[in-house]
Design a protein around this ligand. Sequence first.
Ligand code: NUP
Length: 235
Amino acid sequence: MIETSRIEKMPGIMVAFDMEDVPSAIRLAEELSAADGNFAIKIGRPLEMQTGKEVISKVRDATDIPIVYDGKIADIPYISAKIAEIAYDAGADAVIMHAFVGADVVREVVNLRGGDVITVIEMTHLGSVEYLENVSEKLIRKTAEIGVDGIVLPATRPERVSALSGLLNSGDGSGGDSETYIISPGIHAQGAEPGDAIANGSDYEVVGRAIYQSEDPKESAEQIYRQAISRLGGV
Ligand code: NUP
C-alpha cells in the first residue's frame, strides 16, 4: 500500500499535454526530462483521445517526470474507480477527478491506492462562479478529510487560491493536510501571469498552450518556471 504522494509538494510547472500530435508529445516529454526546473506532465483528453491509454504509457516510457491523467473523472463510484485504475496501470502517477460528484466517489478512487488523487475544487473559467464557488469550502473540507493528495484551484482568481489554500492548511478541524498540494491552471492563455497562483499558496502552475504551441516548448517551460519562482522572492 502506497501512502506517500508521487508528486512533490514544491513550486513547479505542470505542463498540460493537450496537443493532438503524439510524436510531439513524446518529444516534449523527453525534452522536459532535461529541462531546468521542477516539472510535471498533465495528459488531457484531447491527447488521450488520439490513441487511448497507450499515450500515457508512451509518455511514461519517455520520461521519469510525474504524469497526471486529467480525465476530470465524474461518474458513479464503480466507473470512476475503473477509469482511474486504467490510468494508473498505464503509467499515470495521479488522476484528476471532480469533487462535486460526492464523497463516495472520491473515497472509491482514493481507496484504490493506485496513485495520487487530485480533486477539482474551483475552475478557471467564468462559469465556475455559478455553482462551484458556492460549495468549494465544503468540497475542500470533505476531500481533505478523505485524504486526497492534491486539489485544483484557479490561477485566474488568485484571491480564491489565497483564501482556499489558507483553509486547507489552517488545521481548523477541517481535516486539512498541509501535505496536500495545489495545482492551478490559467497561466497566459486564460489570462493569469506566471507566479499569480504560486505567490498565493499554490504549488504547481498548470500551463498548456503557452508551452506546447510555442516555437521552443522546452525553453518556454523553463522561462515560465523561472518567472513563477521569481515571484516567491528569494526562493
Ligand atoms: O479549472 C481548470 N482549468 C483548466 O484550464 C481545470 C483544469 N484541469 N484545466 C486544464 O488546464 C485544462 O483542461 C487544460 O489542460 C489546462 C490549461 O491549459 P491552457 O489554458 O494553459 O492551454
